[in-house]
Design a protein around this ligand. Structure first.
Ligand code: SF4
Length: 222
């Protein structure tokens, strides 16, 4: 019982610490949002599939031509695979990604009347879509709270001491326990922005970091 009280108190302290970090990052990055360009859920879904192992910047250079030629799920479902491969080649792993783009468009057309599902279980059944992508769509296209864990988010959460895990799904659920649901999407975007600007993989700038006083800097060589 006493042990349960201690761990409850500890979790409460961690929630408050994360809340402080959230508030600071919100002030620091008032424009933080998903960095992929999109005009509708379908475009965000395709852009997120293409963003695997590729920068958002590169994806944003690739998608305009793709969406111009194939603007809807039905159009993309009928596209020749070779043409999609050519259009997405610069994002890397293009053969696999082109297949995912076409297969996902087919599934949207045949099963969902060309509407991207608003449900995580249905989203993860689409080819090329894992929990991270599904949470990106739910949070950023539909305003349904989700906590996508990409490499930036995982790294920052570990350095900040909110998780020891390398498993994105475990990290996602650990953060669910520490942050209010309405903050999940923005928190993930803020961590991504902070990871790009200050807390990079190779050279974290702890001396300049606005959340340094709330961060134990786990794994950072002093
Ligand atoms: S203090 Fe260092 S490790 Fe912690 S978030 Fe800032 S840059 Fe990253």
């Amino acid at each position: 019982m006493a042990q349960a009280r201690v761990s409850f108190k500890k979790q409460d302290a961690e929630r408050r610490r994360l809340e402080e970090i959230f508030k600071i990052l919100k002030r620091e990055y008032p424009d933080a949002k998903c960095s992929l360009d999109f005009e509708n859920p379908f475009q965000l879904l395709i852009a997120t599939i293409l963003s695997a192992q590729c920068t958002d910047e590169r994806v944003n250079k690739t998608t305009p031509a793709l969406f111009k030629k194939y603007p809807t799920p039905a159009a993309m479902a009928k596209a020749p695979l070779k043409d999609i491969e050519k259009l997405v080649q610069s994002t890397g792993f293009y053969k696999n990604k082109a297949k995912s783009v076409v297969e996902t468009s087919k599934a949207l057309t045949e099963k969902y009347a060309e509407v991207v599902p608003k449900n995580l279980d249905q989203l993860v059944e689409l080819r090329g879509v894992g929990r991270k992508t599904a949470n990106v769509i739910l949070g950023n296209a539909y305003g349904i709270p989700g906590f996508p864990v990409d490499t930036h988010v995982g790294r920052l959460v570990r350095r900040m001491g909110f998780s020891k895990s390398e498993d994105p799904v475990k990290i996602e659920f650990e953060i669910h326990d520490l942050a209010p649901q309405e903050n999940w999407t923005l928190l993930s975007n803020l961590l991504i922005w902070h990871g790009r600007k200050i807390c990079s993989a190779r050279k974290p700038l702890c001396e300049e970091c606005p959340v340094a006083r709330f961060c134990p800097k786990i794994g950072i060589l002093k």
